[in-house]
Write a protein that binds this ligand. Structure first.
Ligand code: GLC
Length: 499
């Protein structure tokens, strides 16, 4: 295996709220679960991960060993925090994952629903400080700290303020990956003390953006040594007012330190030849078997069993971002077109109700599977003919990439990673404007080709199945990003010395 010729091993610490399969809420978890694996395979690199030990972790499935009990960590306000630390591995690797335990702070059964406590106003601000203190205690000094999203955004800020004069931290460079710019944790300036900072520490960014609170995503952007988001198109889009979630102006000032790197997927799992949840395995030379998967799925969902009816799916969080509004608007049209529809996902109760009602109204044509069942998702990818992704914005999106591998044609809005991965008329159908007519136009084009140009449909399926969006190339780009972050940090320190 070719290894990068670093003299010394590059050391990278990820601090994260999710890691698939141990704790997943969305695509962020998939990235943190996959990227380190591929990087360790390709490069001379040492990677470790820090994340919370949530109460709901299944430690039978992912065995963890308690390595430290009741460790005292100096809290930013002067007292002590007590944590215990468990160690597990990313499954099938030797990459260590430190699980930070404090049941008072990580008190919910959902990754993103912990209630603020007296100890800390925000569980991930707590994690940020604890992670930085912990690496010093175990004397493991990374070259890079890689933070994911605004949740961990305090880390770049702390490195350039509270920890700036401490030799242990001084050279550590920080990288911020933006999976979704919309999530911007914040606190009142008056609470700055609780994270070890002064109100005045927030002045430069807040004055520039005219903010009335400390915005942690903004601070992460302002302080990280390198920033990326998860596709090139989203990286361009967020520089505009429309997609910038009020941070476009700040991002424009960091243009030289900001780029897009497309996410990969784990094809060893998403493979219609081997996935255990694909009832009848298939590949390029046995694509007709996909029909058997469709018949199986139709039966399972109580839909009319027919090989010729197009079966359209949605596998998604049911949120505005994912375009649920548009999906709802076209439901009746789909039925009128003679298509079938299945949706798998969860979201707000009111949205879920809409699809449950649609299933009641059209039990033979529409199926609503509320909840998230990652295994059943594979059965749907295998059995469906098309997948809809009319997202308002999409940093990368993984479902369209998985769908292509399963010969399921994506119908997507031309935004973010969807624009970068699906080619109109070749591997899928693409529409531009977020409105019902544009969406319907794309769907009817797809249905038309499905019925009338069977050979071309098959060609499209094969083109999609052959696409390679594995982590191989993206991992190389992250090495480049890390090196650049180290260089930027060096320059930053030299700049300080010159002053
Ligand atoms: C977020 C984005 C999605 C992206 C994922 C992983 O969930 O919404 O587009 O694929 O993060 O980066």
């Amino acid at each position: 295996m070719k290894k990068d010729n670093y003299k010394e091993k590059l050391r990278v610490l990820h601090i994260t709220s999710e890691l698939t399969p141990i704790a997943k809420a969305g695509g962020l978890g998939d990235v943190v679960g996959q990227l380190p694996k591929e990087m360790a395979r390709q490069f001379h690199i040492e990677i470790r991960i820090i994340m919370p030990k949530y109460k709901f972790l299944d430690l039978e499935k992912y065995p963890a060993e308690k390595i430290i009990t009741d460790l005292k960590i100096a809290s930013p306000t002067g007292g002590w925090w007590k944590i215990s630390v468990w160690k597990t591995l990313i499954p099938e690797t030797i990459i260590p994952v430190y699980l930070i335990e404090n049941n008072e702070v990580f008190n919910a059964d959902d990754i993103y629903k912990h209630k603020p406590t007296k100890i800390s106003s925000h569980p991930f601000f707590f994690l940020s400080t604890v992670a930085l203190e912990f690496i010093k205690i175990i004397d493991w000094q990374p070259n890079i700290i890689h933070c994911h999203d605004g949740m961990m955004g305090l880390v770049p800020k702390l490195l350039k303020t509270v920890y700036k004069d401490d030799l242990f931290y001084q050279k550590i460079a920080s990288v911020l990956t933006i999976h979704n710019l919309q999530f911007q944790p914040w606190f009142q300036f008056s609470e700055a003390k609780s994270v070890g900072l002064k109100q005045s520490d927030f002045k430069p960014t807040s004055k520039f953006l005219k903010l009335k609170v400390a915005n942690v995503m903004a601070e992460a952007i302002a302080n990280a040594d390198m920033i990326n988001t998860v596709s090139l198109t989203y990286a361009k889009e967020v520089l505009t007012k429309k997609y910038g979630a009020s941070l476009d102006k700040l991002l424009r000032t960091k243009k030289k330190q900001f780029t897009g790197i497309l996410n990969g997927v784990d094809y060893s799992h998403f493979d219609p030849r081997t996935n255990p949840d694909v009832p009848v395995k298939y590949w390029l030379d046995s694509l007709d078997k996909k029909t058997e998967n469709k018949l199986y799925l139709q039966k399972k969902l109580g839909l009319i069993q027919s090989a010729s009816i197009p079966l359209i799916c949605v596998i998604s969080r049911l949120t505005d971002q994912k375009g649920v509004g548009l999906i709802e608007e076209v439901l009746k049209n789909l039925v009128n077109m003679g298509a079938q529809f299945v949706i798998l996902g969860s979201g707000g109760k009111s949205v879920e109700k809409i699809f449950v009602k649609a299933e009641k109204d059209y039990p033979k044509e529409i199926a609503a599977e509320i909840g998230f069942d990652a295994d059943f998702a594979q059965t749907i990818y295998a059995g469906a003919d098309m997948i809809l992704m009319p997202s308002q914005f999409e940093p990368c999106g993984l479902s369209q990439i998985i769908a292509m591998r399963f010969g399921t044609i994506p119908i997507v809005r031309k935004t973010g990673g969807l624009a970068d991965t699906v080619r109109d008329g070749y591997t899928g159908f693409v529409f531009k404007h977020y409105d019902k007519n544009a969406f319907l136009w794309a769907i009817s084009r797809a249905v038309d080709v499905y019925y009338k140009q069977k050979d071309y449909w098959k060609k499209m399926q094969i083109m999609g199945m052959k696409k390679d969006f594995s982590w191989k190339n993206s991992a190389k780009k992250y090495i480049w990003l890390y090196k650049k972050a180290i260089r930027n940090k060096k320059k930053y320190l030299e700049g300080l010395n010159d002053k």
